[in-house]
Design a protein. Structure first.
Length: 578
């Protein structure tokens, strides 16, 4: 038993007992009212008995609270067999004194209404069952059979009140199941809902040939609770209820970035990829490579050692893994390593709400860091555009609460419905990649745009998206005379420009060689002129020296003549002889 206290209030809140049923404790904000009766009502086949028995089993196995199950329709062996497929071993619990099943047989044909009618005999029987195992929980399934032989309405109402009052006096948390009445009445007698402290209505409806179960809390005295309709799923693990996501926009966010697995795409997203815990939409026409982008992202996630769930709604897992091998992505190894889990179902298998419940349950169980849904536009076959959008809002909110990164793919067609779907979904996600066909020069090629990327720098250019046996790549923008070129037109233009460049380079090279030859001729001429200059200079120096020598001799002769004229002997004495 769990008593929920509100720390923000000075007043104690209503004591509650956890049911152990996935999602129901969240809706009731702590479980069913402790020591008080709860009415579970609904039409046949909506899951009343199963919810009740799971309440008893979860209490015994998870909270060590023994329980009594009083059946007015099914015998103990039948009940044990019916719930064995859910993994509930009722015989074992009975052997361990954690569960007591008491079948009360009531046959209308064997009953004759005479004298006073009261439930004292039932009270004695229930009291013994409760005391024998120290039960904290009890279920009465179903109440109509108990009063099937009673036509006096006044006595019936009085005895119902006595029954509910007796259950309260025993201090057990009780569930009473009842069949839905006619018109607006929740039960056959129309009184149980008034004397119960908590009333839960189960509904099983079929819309467009798709079955969906829903749960709604009609009333819950003394506490706040969820008031919407909540879809719930019955499978091998019991009941799973999907709470509506909180309307408060107070999610925690991360600044960590995750690579897409395509380096060129990471570059378009500021060089880092998507934010962890964010949502991304990849939309485009058929054959543009949406699944390939998703597979690359899944492969990159698993390469980091993180878990990924791939919800496939068009192809089987083996088809996807085979097709991805053609672009160099091997997903089977990640499946074998327990990092990648495929969940392949047609949208028509469930209603939207049931899909949401199944997705919640699988994610809670596998605990992935990345979720891929390919493609979400198939949900249009199950619900309207607004219904699909509402479902995706709740899914995105749930994934944000769990800090899980999600990638959606969406098929775009030239129809109003798909355009509305594309626009409706794109407004919910953080990033939007659009892959489109580019038809030019008799070819069909692909172009990728980053339509939006909240909170990150991203490219505003169109890149050619190439899928080959070497993998995925984005070709840099190539502008030709007529705009952006792709495919063979891009290669042709590149060849033309390369040819022109080669001719240009050859012309420049030829001019360079001509200049080099002229340079050599000029250098030879300069060398010749230098030699000639040096020869002339040398000749001039020779003449200058001769002239200087002559000038010195003439000057010397002039001086000698002058001495002679003056009578000075300028002759030198003879050498030798006396």
């Amino acid at each position: 038993m769990s008593i929920i206290q509100n720390s923000k209030s000075a007043y104690p809140t209503l004591p509650k007992t956890l049911t152990g049923i996935t999602g129901l404790d969240e809706i009731t904000e702590g479980g069913l009212p402790t020591g008080r009766p709860t009415l579970i009502c609904g039409e046949a086949g909506c899951g009343k008995t199963l919810l009740s028995i799971e309440f008893i089993v979860r209490g015994a196995t998870e909270f060590n609270e023994p329980g009594v199950f009083v059946a007015f329709e099914e015998k103990s062996d039948e009940l044990a067999m019916n719930v064995a497929s859910l993994g509930f071993d009722l015989k074992k619990l009975q052997d361990e004194k954690l569960l007591r099943i008491d079948h009360v047989h009531i046959d209308r044909s064997e009953i004759e209404e005479t004298g006073e009618y009261d439930l004292e005999g039932l009270f004695i029987r229930l009291g013994y069952a409760i005391d024998s195992i120290g039960a904290k929980r009890i279920v009465l399934d179903t109440l109509e059979n108990l009063f099937s032989g009673l036509d006096n309405q006044s006595v019936l109402r009085m005895e119902i009140r006595r029954l509910f009052g007796w259950l309260k006096s025993k201090g057990v948390t009780a569930i009473i199941t009842g069949e839905k009445g006619d018109g607006n009445s929740l039960t056959r007698q129309g009184l149980e809902e008034y004397v119960s402290d908590c009333v839960i209505l189960l509904d099983h409806r079929v819309i467009n040939q798709i079955s969906t179960r829903r749960l709604r809390i009609i009333k819950y005295r003394g506490t706040v609770h969820g008031t919407n309709e909540y879809p719930f799923l019955i499978d091998e693990d019991g009941i799973s209820v999907l709470p509506v996501t909180s309307l408060k926009l107070a999610k925690q966010v991360s600044t960590e970035r995750l690579s897409t697995g395509i380096p060129a795409l990471d570059e378009m997203l500021g060089g880092k990829g998507f934010y962890r815990g964010g949502s991304t939409l990849v939309s485009g026409t058929a054959g543009t490579g949406k699944t390939s982008i998703s597979a690359y992202f899944a492969n990159e996630t698993c390469n980091r050692g993180e878990r990924c769930v791939y919800f496939a709604m068009e192809e089987s897992p083996k088809q996807i893994m085979r097709n991805m091998r053609s672009i160099g992505v091997e997903l089977q190894k990640h499946v074998d390593a327990g990092l990648l889990l495929f969940n392949a179902t047609r949208p028509n298998m469930y209603g939207l709400e049931m899909h949401l419940v199944a997705i919640h349950k699988l994610i809670k169980k596998f605990k992935p860091s990345v979720v891929i849904m390919d493609p979400i536009t198939n949900f249009i076959n199950v619900g309207s555009v607004s219904e699909v959008k509402n479902m995706l809002v709740r899914l995105i909110d749930f994934l944000q609460d769990e800090h899980i990164t999600v990638m959606f793919t969406a098929l775009s067609l030239n129809t109003i419905v798909n355009e509305q779907t594309d626009e409706g979904v794109s407004s919910l996600v953080d990033s939007w990649l659009l892959v489109r066909d580019i038809e030019f020069n008799g070819e069909r090629n692909r172009g990728l745009y980053v339509m939006k990327a909240r909170g990150m720098k991203h490219s505003n250019q169109v890149r050619e998206f190439v899928i080959s046996d070497e993998g995925l790549n984005l070709i840099d923008v190539y502008l030709g005379p007529d705009g952006v070129l792709t495919g063979s037109a891009r290669k042709q233009q590149m060849l033309l420009e390369q040819t022109g460049q080669a001719i240009h380079d050859h012309s420049i090279s030829r001019k360079d060689r001509e200049i080099a030859r002229k340079r050599k001729v000029l250098e030879a001429t300069i060398l010749s002129l230098n030699s000639e200059y040096e020869s002339v200079e040398e000749e001039l120096n020779k003449v200058y020296l001769e002239e200087e020598l002559k000038k010195q001799i003439l000057e010397k002769n002039r001086e000698e003549i002058t001495r002679i004229r003056r009578g000075e002997s300028g002759r030198s004495k003879p050498t030798g002889g006396k």
